[in-house]
Ligand binder design. Structure first.
Ligand code: SAM
Length: 237
């Protein structure tokens, strides 16, 4: 069954290319993923298509109305089993959450603009998610991140299932460095072990580089990485 994403946004055309190009586009064409983009203005309920209003209590900016969101959700082709509000105040998005979301059938992604939504929108969503500790102008880029990270975990979306198991975060370690032709570039060669055919040595080398990189860049990941005794002694040397 296809994993279905419905995006509710003031700028549906911003997301369109993500649903039509590259691997997400191919997965949609093959029926593995399904995307629909909904313009919140269609549910404004007034002929000016106005979805926002000034904040009670005063202050700068405009706030998107909760009744508009309610109507937009009610008009979806089916009832989502996850409704995600994109907000910098949400739970931080990570690989573990991507894996959990990959088990859903229908995910609605609610993208804000301006000052965001009326706080009562909380009652309409299952979860509030942030993609990181920074503030963007709208939720569309965050929705694209979630579709990219979750979509690729569905069977068949990326060619070889092995290719995501070794990726950074899925294995618990950062990915090892990869090389391709040319073998010599501006005085930089390629590690000798990769040029030979000793697969056990290549596997060990890659694991060691992944350990080394994780230790240097993200030591916080090591305790959760499920290290073997061999890994631990490699780290100590
Ligand atoms: N006043 C809001 C706050 O401080 O929480 C920020 C609103 S922001 C300018 C406009 C919209 O961009 C938000 O409603 C949200 O959908 C989206 N957005 C901005 N940064 C985000 C982030 N780090 N993660 C997810 N969505 C974000």
């Amino acid at each position: 069954d296809a994993l279905h994403f419905s995006v509710l946004t003031l700028f549906p055309e911003l997301l369109r290319p993500f649903t039509q190009e590259a691997l997400l586009g191919r997965a949609a064409a093959n029926g593995l993923l399904k995307f629909d983009l909904h313009d919140l203005r269609e549910h404004a309920g007034n002929r000016w298509r106005k979805v926002d209003d000034t904040p009670y209590g005063g202050g700068a900016g405009m706030v998107i109305r909760v009744d508009v969101v309610e109507r937009a959700l009610a008009a979806l082709p089916s009832t989502p089993d996850e409704v995600i509000l994109l907000t910098p105040a949400g739970q931080r998005f990570d690989q573990r959450l991507a894996e959990e979301l990959a088990g859903r059938q229908h995910i609605a992604l609610l993208c804000g603009r301006y000052e965001g939504f009326d706080a009562r929108v909380e009652g309409l969503v299952t979860r509030e998610v942030s993609i990181g500790d920074y503030v963007m102008m709208g939720g569309e880029a965050a929705a694209a991140c979630i579709m990219e990270a979750v979509g690729r975990l569905r069977p068949g979306v990326i060619g070889d299932e092995e290719s995501w198991r070794a990726d950074s975060y899925s294995s618990g370690l950062l990915d090892y460095p990869e090389y391709t032709r040319p073998a010599e570039w501006q005085g930089h060669g390629v590690p000798q072990v990769l040029m030979g055919g000793n697969h056990a040595a290549i596997t060990r080398w890659r694991r060691d580089r992944a350990l080394e990189r994780t230790l240097a860049r993200r030591p916080d990941l090591l305790p959760g990485a499920g290290l073997t005794p061999e890994d631990s002694s490699a780290l100590l040397t």
